[in-house]
Design a protein around this ligand. Structure first.
Ligand SMILES: Cc1cc2nc3c(=O)[nH]c(=O)nc-3n(C[C@H](O)[C@H](O)[C@H](O)COP(=O)(O)OP(=O)(O)OC[C@H]3O[C@@H](n4cnc5c(N)ncnc54)[C@H](O)[C@@H]3O)c2cc1C
Length: 317
């Protein structure tokens, strides 16, 4: 099996958490190489080594931070043409999707998106992608050349094995077309409570809550439990909650210890984003609601009656 590369976005001087998940997976599949671009690349390389990278290819120029993500494309294209890794993994983030699609066009390659599983298969790979909640599509990548795959966050576990990696400096060919737009300001969106994707407790609300005001009950329960708030797409489409809170196939994937679904039917597209939760608790007034088929604990009842009782109980301690 050849080299398995991970394009690793950098946040706060470290590879992003999802990049570490991919690096640990890459180490299972072959020789894991982290591609790190930007002013903090050298420091991030040592963290990549701890999570399984055997090698880091580093270009520490600030140009990558000062321009939009596609500035990385010429550098990646040059590296791939020169070294032909067997597999190049990207995380499904806004920036990496942008980079992966442009890179694939430059290299005249396809991209497999939405992967949640990767298996080595002789000289090739089998890529698993969810197709609804109960079906997995398997894509066999057997041909020559570098295979480009976008992987969903939380598909794999980041494992700190305490290793170290060889670091190689590389000066990529930045070009005028991809550095035409300069980033002049980065604004961090401040949210209250824990981050949805990392929270151990998620309380999510659906259309069954009736309106945006009633959604306050979901916020109150999440607050009382120290958890994060999530929503179904129906709620986001109705404008009750922001898109960043949507859980499911076209939203965030969560894997909390406890997931509480309030007035959510349990459509397959929703389940795709939360079925990895350790314990699923559902509150729904319809005893036939599909969510109960996935739930460990089900409460058949009106969420507007059940939630205030739960909140009071939790607050009572
Ligand atoms: C390509 C595609 C991608 C999609 N991606 C996503 C995605 O990422 N995430 C997502 O969530 N959906 C997604 N959807 C939409 C999905 O199919 C469902 O339409 C959506 O999840 C339904 O949201 P809901 O459960 O809140 O609403 P509904 O299906 O309307 O369910 C509401 C539930 O609330 C219950 N209820 C009603 N009143 C009460 C009450 N007072 N107390 C308790 N329970 C009550 C009802 O019994 C019902 O089960 C996608 C769809 C498509 C086609």
């Amino acid at each position: 099996m050849g080299a398995v590369w991970v394009y690793s976005e950098i946040y706060a001087g470290r590879p992003a958490p999802v990049a570490l998940e991919l690096i640990s997976k890459a180490a299972e599949l072959g020789e894991a190489t982290a591609i790190l671009l930007g002013r903090d690349a050298a420091g991030a390389a040592s963290v990549a080594g701890e999570y399984g990278a055997a090698r880091a290819i580093v270009d520490a120029r600030a140009d990558y931070d000062e321009h939009l993500a596609p500035a990385a494309v010429p550098t990646l294209a040059a590296l791939v043409r020169e070294r032909q890794p067997a597999l190049l993994l990207f995380a499904t983030t806004y920036d990496s999707r942008d980079v992966a699609s442009r890179l694939a066009t430059r290299l005249d390659r396809g991209v497999v998106t939405n992967a949640t599983g990767i298996e080595a298969d002789g000289d090739g790979f089998r890529i698993l992608t969810p197709w609804g909640a109960n079906t997995i599509a398997v894509c066999e990548l057997t041909g020559p050349g570098t295979r480009i795959v976008l992987v969903r966050p939380k598909a794999f576990t980041a494992v700190n094995s305490g290793g170290a990696c060889a670091v190689e400096q590389f000066a990529g060919p930045l070009d005028a077309a991809t550095t035409a737009i300069r980033v002049v300001e980065t604004v961090e969106e401040t949210t209250q409570g824990p981050l949805l994707s990392d929270s151990k407790i998620v309380v999510a609300g659906g259309r069954g809550l009736g309106n945006a005001d009633n959604f306050g009950l979901v916020e109150e329960l999440a607050d009382a439990l120290g958890g994060a708030v999530g929503a179904s797409r129906a709620v986001v489409d109705a404008g009750w909650r922001p898109y960043g809170e949507q859980i499911g196939q076209t939203g965030v994937t969560v894997k909390p210890d406890v997931y509480i679904a309030c007035g959510i039917s349990g459509a397959i597209q929703h389940l795709a984003g939360m079925k990895g939760a350790k314990t699923i608790i559902a509150i729904n007034k319809d005893p036939e609601a599909p969510i109960f088929r996935s739930a460990d604990l089900g409460i058949v009842g009106d969420a507007l009656t059940v939630l205030p009782q739960l909140i009071a109980e939790v607050r009572r301690g």
